[in-house]
Write a protein that binds this ligand. Structure first.
Ligand code: ADP
Length: 446
């Protein structure tokens, strides 16, 4: 097993990885930017190294500084967490060249699954259902129109290298499609450094259901069932839960097997999420694969009892997955609320600043994953998420009741957060009945 790991990230996920390291008897080396110098979790690290100024490009995205820190601290491995460099094949390759284990997939596996167009190709070969749409990248307007006519409107234009819900355009007719193709290519190039775009069928009433998977270096791949992440705003997840309410378990098992087959076909090592949209007839279509641990991984941990971060370290060190597919069971129900420092009353404007009050809830079945303490200053430079509140209970109904009481207990100020909105959702009768789809929240906010 590794002796020492460098955590190439910040905030709650850095703390989450540090906790897994310490439980496994591994030393954790944290890195931080000047904006994070006061972050309280740094005190828990076996060593903390400043890697540069506040802008991500000068610190958390700066590969040479991270590799220097790894060499100075003499670590065996680097855990990238999510965001920043987690999905960069070049970073995985550089780690390998420097003889540092990258805790995550090889650059080859990332190539097959990380890029959306390539991923669809890999998925078709592994017989995983994908959206009707273009086979590869779209070259010009005429090709786009031809494909759209084949699959029927509405269609959605996406960037192959896209992420974070950005760069997507819904087109309901030929005229809009024609006028959007060029702009989408230019925007993709500017935002993601890759102008490749593709089109697929746009689903009006879909649910976002994703499968957590795990692969090792010995050709094994398993799935840890599903998460429903349909409560979104601007394609960004706000609440996630497991299991997905009202979905046929046999169907989920089938999709889970398909997801495990897909990552196995790419010789994938580590945690990956295969994302699907599900239509009203419970047909699944693959969206993309996230080649890293995800923000919402705790809901799966709560219902399966499997520590996903620990597993990602274990398999990176060359161990075999220590359980079989048939042993992975879903017990009870779990929900996660992403607590963002944003003001839902004012268009979700970021609300950075000093947190004078921070009193998180507790009690049976309540988990908080957060790096925040009272007096913490939220730096304006990074993501607005200040923590995650996860609840677990025997049934969905009890879990919603527990989440509602935990959200009521949670006192945060003076910064504004998403807590009041999430409480409103827990009290919403459609949500309670499981009547959610990816546009549910936007309808509610209108
Ligand atoms: P990103 O990588 O930017 O997160 P995804 O492909 O994962 O993009 O899609 C994010 C969200 O966008 C989905 O959860 C869904 O809400 C919406 N979306 C994506 N593709 C489609 C589609 N074909 N039809 C309807 N909604 C879609």
């Amino acid at each position: 097993m590794f002796k020492r790991i460098l955590i190439a990230n910040r905030g709650e996920i850095a703390l989450r990885i540090l906790r897994a390291c310490h439980e496994m008897g591994i030393e954790a080396v944290c890195v931080y930017s000047k904006a994070d110098a006061e972050a309280p979790y740094l005190r828990l690290a076996d060593r903390a190294i400043c890697i540069g100024d506040a802008p991500s490009k000068d610190s958390y995205l700066n590969i040479s500084r991270l590799i220097s820190a790894a060499e100075i601290a003499d670590v065996d491995a680097i855990h990238p967490g999510y965001g920043f460099l987690a999905e960069r094949a070049d970073f995985s390759a550089i780690c390998r060249d420097c003889k540092i284990t990258f805790i995550g997939p090889s650059p080859e596996a990332m190539g097959k699954l990380g890029d959306k167009v390539e991923c669809k190709r890999t998925a078709r070969a592994a017989k995983v259902p994908v959206f009707p749409g273009s086979e590869g990248a779209i070259e010009d307007e005429e090709e786009a129109v031809r494909v759209a006519e084949e699959i029927g409107y509405p269609v959605i234009i996406k960037a192959s290298a896209g992420g974070g819900g950005r760069g997507m355009r819904v087109c309901r007719n030929e005229a809009t499609l024609r006028s959007n193709i060029k702009a989408a290519q230019q925007e993709a190039l500017a935002a993601f450094g890759n102008g490749a775009i593709f089109i697929e069928k746009f689903l009006e009433h879909a649910r976002h259901i994703e499968i957590q998977t795990l692969g090792d270096r010995h050709g094994h791949a398993v799935h840890l069932w599903e998460r429903d992440c349909s409560v979104q705003r601007r394609h960004q997840k706000i609440i996630e839960e497991s299991p997905a309410p009202g979905v046929d378990r046999k169907k989920v098992a089938q999709v889970g097997e398909a997801a495990a087959r897909l990552i196995k076909s790419a010789d994938y090592c580590g945690a990956a999420t295969v994302e699907f949209l599900m239509d009203e007839k419970q047909n699944f279509y693959m969206l993309e694969v996230n080649t890293r641990v995800q923000v919402e991984h705790p809901v799966t941990e709560m219902v399966t009892g499997i520590d996903i971060v620990k597993m990602s370290i274990l398999v990176a060190a060359g161990e075999t997955i220590p359980f079989k597919q048939k042993d992975v069971e879903v017990r009870g129900h779990a929900i996660e609320c992403r607590i963002n420092a944003e003001d839902p009353e004012r268009g979700f404007m970021p609300s950075a600043g000093r947190i004078e009050t921070w009193q998180p809830p507790g009690g049976l079945g309540v988990r908080i994953d957060s790096h925040v303490v009272q007096g913490y200053r939220v730096p304006p430079n990074y993501d607005s998420m200040v923590g995650k509140l996860i609840c677990h209970a025997d049934t969905r109904e009890l879990c919603i009741a527990r989440m509602a009481r935990a959200l009521r207990e949670f006192a945060v100020g003076p910064i504004k957060t998403t807590i009041p909105l999430q409480l409103r959702l827990m009290e919403n009768s459609d949500f309670r009945q499981g009547g959610i789809d990816i546009h549910f929240l936007e309808r509610l906010l209108k």
